[in-house]
Design a protein around this ligand. Structure first.
Ligand code: SF4
Ligand code: SF4
Length: 73
């Protein structure tokens, strides 16, 4: 399901607490990758919090690492 790019969803997004969220993402104030698509930053998988995120639950997302794979369809 597509996730709306809203402030409410951004506020609930757990990316900023995720171990894979890096300085480049932080500098760009990036997040809500499941709606906005993948990051333009270098990326290394170090764990993903999408599975425990309320946005993921609400929109029945069954993937992870949206920052690396792109927005949910
Ligand atoms: S999409 Fe997953 S891996 Fe990427 S920053 Fe968000 S929680 Fe972390
Ligand atoms: S599912 Fe992942 S990318 Fe989407 S809001 Fe939650 S933590 Fe952020």
């Amino acid at each position: 399901m597509r996730v709306p790019d809203t402030k409410e969803n951004l506020d609930r997004c757990l990316c900023r607490e995720c171990p894979s969220y890096n300085a480049c993402m932080k500098e760009g104030m990036q997040g809500l990758f499941c709606a906005r698509g993948k990051t333009n930053c270098d990326f290394e998988r170090q764990g993903c919090f999408c599975g425990r995120c309320p946005v993921s639950t609400e929109y029945a997302l069954n993937n992870f690492y949206f920052c690396n794979t792109g927005a949910a369809e």
